[in-house]
Design a protein around this ligand. Structure first.
Ligand SMILES: [Zn+2]
Length: 431
């Protein structure tokens, strides 16, 4: 298959950016609006199929999550949270955690998950080669517990969907944080290989040592690449490419899910890596050349201007399209001053990862990968049903609709709430 001619499908829901985690909280769904605006401004929507995700049913979620947990997420609101104190503690939601209770909390997460599941379904039916859902990638959520700003694990749900059609799925996580929720979900199976490249050592969530390799049938099917702060483009690709190449050769997955958390970029508010957009985006171009069905998801990312830049750029990499470095005029052009450029310059910080240490880490990881069984297949099974038939043509978003689909009042409301919520610093970081 020609690398540059792969068909790309992009999911977008205008509701995503209407939710608000609260003043000062680093997770800002508004970044999805900024990203989308750049995608539109660069004219990329003309080259993709654009779909609105279908509404998600509870059954779609409980294939992984505990029904009690899902029921709780659906019931709790900022108004009734006092009635649910005990459950909130059990499920790790509320003021004492990093997963606040906010208006529309469940709906927001369900809408993010819906696009990942629909993307998996479209890939399964070979409607497209690459699906993009920048609202997804919420890798910390557990079966019955919220964690790290994530409530529902859209990635696990999408992988379970892909497993209906594929014997083997590869999950790759380039967020600065360890992809613990996804790893845990597939720790005992050989049907999914999970690979996470992350900062390790006194850093959230604290897991992800290279010695954690999976158990039972899943032994060697979990790959962890723990790194120190300050990783730059060259050292990152010197790790990423040999590791992924070895897994692709050995495991031969039927589909790949790539979580593109943008908190591994330079200048992130929570991250400490030092990647440029090009360094981060190389993960996309590297995977694309294998011609395997590819689901691209978002994830972390707390410098929202750079998140938008990154995911816009990676949309162009998926499309095989070159973008001008000068950002075209759009409603939020002021966010990108003073230079109004797409690409960012890495920081002048030290790379704490010494070449010698990187080499020995990569060698150890490659040794484990050589113990993965070559392309294991599963016994014939009856293919479970899926939502393909319920995807209607009217969910395909028309070009005209895309350009006007979010009201200015939402923007004004969110900016006003952010101003009211906090200090000048918080406001600055929002804008
Ligand atoms: Zn992260």
């Amino acid at each position: 298959m020609s690398v540059s001619r792969q068909k790309v499908t992009y999911f977008y829901d205008a509701d995503w950016c209407r939710y608000y985690y609260g003043g000062g909280h680093p997770m800002k769904p508004w970044r999805l609006r900024l990203t989308h605006e750049l995608v539109v401004a660069y004219g990329m929507y003309r080259k993709m199929d654009v779909w609105r995700p279908r509404p998600l049913a509870v059954d779609d979620v409980t294939v992984f999550h505990d029904p009690d947990y899902v029921d709780f997420l659906q019931r709790i609101t900022p108004d009734n949270e006092k009635e649910y104190t005990t459950k909130a503690q059990i499920f790790q939601v509320g003021d004492t955690t990093d997963c606040p209770i906010f208006d529309g909390m469940y709906e927001f997460n369900a809408k993010c998950s819906a696009a990942s599941i629909d993307g998996a379904i479209k890939l399964n039916h070979q409607d497209t080669n690459i699906c993009i859902n920048w609202s997804g990638g919420l890798h910390h959520a557990k079966k019955g517990e919220a964690s790290g700003f994530c409530y529902l694990n859209d990635i696990v749900l999408a992988i379970l969907e892909l497993l209906k059609f594929h014997d083997r799925v590869l999950y790759i996580d380039v967020d600065v944080h360890h992809g613990d929720g996804v790893e845990e979900a597939f720790y005992t199976t050989d049907r999914v290989v999970t690979v996470s490249f992350h900062r390790y050592g006194d850093f959230f969530p604290g897991s992800g040592d290279y010695t954690h390799i999976g158990v039972h049938n899943g032994r060697y099917h979990t790959v962890n690449v723990p790194l120190d702060a300050g990783v730059d483009d060259d050292s990152y690709q010197g790790i990423f490419e040999p590791v992924i190449q070895a897994i692709m050769d050995r495991y031969q997955p039927g589909a790949v899910v790539l979580q593109l958390g943008a908190d591994s970029l330079a200048h992130d508010r929570l991250g400490c890596f030092n990647l440029s957009l090009k360094g981060h985006g190389k993960c996309v171009s590297f995977l694309k050349k294998f011609g395997v069905p590819l689901l691209l998801l978002g994830g972390g990312g707390y410098n929202i201007r750079n998140v938008a830049r990154c995911w816009c750029y990676e949309t162009s990499v998926a499309l095989g399209m070159d973008l001008e470095n000068d950002i075209p005029y759009n409603d939020f052009i002021s966010y990108y001053g003073p230079d109004f450029r797409l690409h960012i310059t890495p920081d002048k910080i030290r790379n704490e990862n010494r070449p010698k240490d990187i080499q020995s880490l990569v060698n150890r990881v490659l040794q484990n990968i050589q113990r993965i069984e070559i392309a294991p297949s599963v016994q014939q099974f009856e293919r479970p049903s899926d939502g393909y038939k319920s995807m209607k043509e009217d969910e395909k978003i028309e070009r005209e609709v895309m350009e006007i689909d979010v009201s200015e009042s939402d923007e004004r409301r969110i900016v006003a709430e952010e101003k009211q919520a906090g200090s000048a610093v918080q406001h600055e970081s929002f804008l």
